[in-house]
Design a protein around this ligand. Structure first.
Ligand code: UD1
Length: 420
């Protein structure tokens, strides 16, 4: 009988993580021994716009979800409750051996709770069981409990059976919280699996030409801005002070701002349009180009990867971008006071500045002169994290398949890696 895994995606940062898992499962199922893993992909619909969701399925060649829950936007509690209500029927119908959740969004915590509270009817209807729960990207902590993501991480980790980690700090955090060591698996970073796999394809993107950032082969210096955390955009005073500093930077190099829908809504609600020029709807005054922040819609995965790869500096409050810039060697100024990913500070190009304009400008002045830097990749950020995850699950659920895998690339790769 195939091992049945039900994976959950909901919001933008989930897609690239689950893409790597899908790829590893495809690898196992193509070994010639039939379908070893039956994979069911569920999309909660937390993100639903084409730009925030559909384009990622195309760019990442993700299989279409088997089930869409269509929960949409709402307050945190309502959104979480809707996901739980709809996901419970999915678990009851599908009866998976394992539910796999990634990251720290509301969909992650909501589906984790459902997985561990639902009794499934086993074969023949006599044996009841609760599905096992795997959390990919476990153990990250910002130690800031005002962040909804931190709550989602703590809740999910506390009830998971398999905690797959990306960096050493995560292992230590989990041990300090009393998670038994035999549940923690240091496997590396699935988001980096996807980045490495798509890097050459992203090179074909025309985004630099579309945004007039490249003249032939020559790329002009530019900065990228991403901003969506409530702490930065919900308080008008904080948001405006930050925008003042980005405007200042715009006078020195173009600042390209693919705006998240929640940020765009804040801009519209607070009437902050004067800070921006819509890149694709140019105003009558040509000087606008030089002294305004250039607003563009949220970009697809390949376009954003290409844009990020050539940027002089990335200014961001995202979590995943801190990791991606680490691998790309691009200077990253994180607009937060804490990070749950300290390895990006130790190994990467990341620096924390918070939201104060004078700190943002000071750091920009310092790093924008530096250009890209080749850094030492964090351990196991090598493109094989998803394979390690699947190997752990197969060894536990179906040890008899280990012989099938013995000859496979997966087995030889993981042996090689353990010896390093
Ligand atoms: C969510 C995640 C955050 C992640 C971010 C990446 C949580 C708690 N937060 O934040 O960790 O970094 O996604 O994008 O899960 N909206 C749309 N269209 C969409 C999606 C959202 O218009 O496709 C708007 C809606 O107005 C919505 C708002 O964005 O109210 C917030 O969306 P939501 O999914 O609740 O949280 P994010 O801020 O996107």
């Amino acid at each position: 009988m195939a091992l049945k895994i039900l994976s959950v995606v909901g919001a933008r940062p989930n897609f690239m993580k689950v893409a790597a898992i899908c790829e590893a499962i495809k690898g196992i199922n193509s070994l010639g021994a039939g379908e070893q893993i039956h994979h069911v992909l569920v999309h909660t619909g937390q993100h639903y716009d084409t730009n925030m969701s559909d384009s990622f399925f195309n760019d990442l060649e993700l299989p279409r979800p088997d089930l869409c829950l269509g929960v949409g936007s709402a307050s945190h509690s309502v959104q979480t409750a809707r996901i739980m209500e709809r996901f419970e029927s999915v678990v009851l119908n599908e009866q998976p051996h394992l539910v796999l959740v990634v990251g720290d969004v509301n969909s992650t915590a909501a589906c984790a709770l459902v997985a561990k509270k639902t009794w499934c009817r086993g074969d023949g209807g006599v044996k009841y069981f609760i599905p096992k729960l795997a959390h990919v990207e476990a153990g990250l902590r910002s130690f800031d409990r005002t962040m909804p993501e931190e709550i989602n991480r703590i809740v999910t980790d506390s009830i998971s059976d398999y905690l797959f980690t990306t960096e050493e700090s995560a292992n230590q955090n989990l041990l300090h919280e009393g998670i038994p060591e035999n549940r923690i698996f240091f496997v590396g970073n699935v988001m980096i699996d996807t980045l490495l796999r798509h890097r050459s394809k992203a090179h074909e993107s025309t985004i630099l030409q579309d945004l007039q950032l490249a003249d032939g082969r020559e790329v002009k210096p530019y900065a990228i801005l991403t901003l969506h955390r409530p702490a930065n955009v919900d308080d008008k005073r904080v948001f405006c002070h930050m925008l003042d500093s980005f405007l200042d930077i715009s006078k020195r190099m173009p600042v390209i701002f693919p705006a998240h829908p929640r940020t765009l809504k804040r801009i519209q609600d607070e009437d902050l349009g004067d800070y921006f020029v819509d890149h694709f709807v140019q105003g009558p005054e040509p000087w606008d180009w030089r002294v305004r922040i250039r607003l563009v819609p949220p970009l697809g995965y390949l376009d954003f990867l290409r844009l990020m790869s050539e940027a002089r500096v990335v200014l961001t409050d995202s979590g995943g971008i801190q990791e991606e810039t680490t691998i790309l060697g691009v200077q990253c100024i994180t607009l937060r006071d804490s990070t749950e990913r300290p390895v990006t500070l130790e190994h990467g190009t990341n620096v924390l500045v918070g939201s104060k304009p004078e700190n943002i400008i000071r750091e920009f002045n310092r790093v924008s002169l530096r250009g890209q830097e080749l850094t030492r990749s964090p351990f196991y950020w090598d493109g094989n994290a998803a394979k390690r995850i699947i190997k752990v699950l197969i060894d536990d659920f179906c040890p008899e398949w280990s012989s099938v895998m013995a000859e496979s690339a997966l087995e030889s790769e993981s042996k090689e890696l353990t010896q390093n």
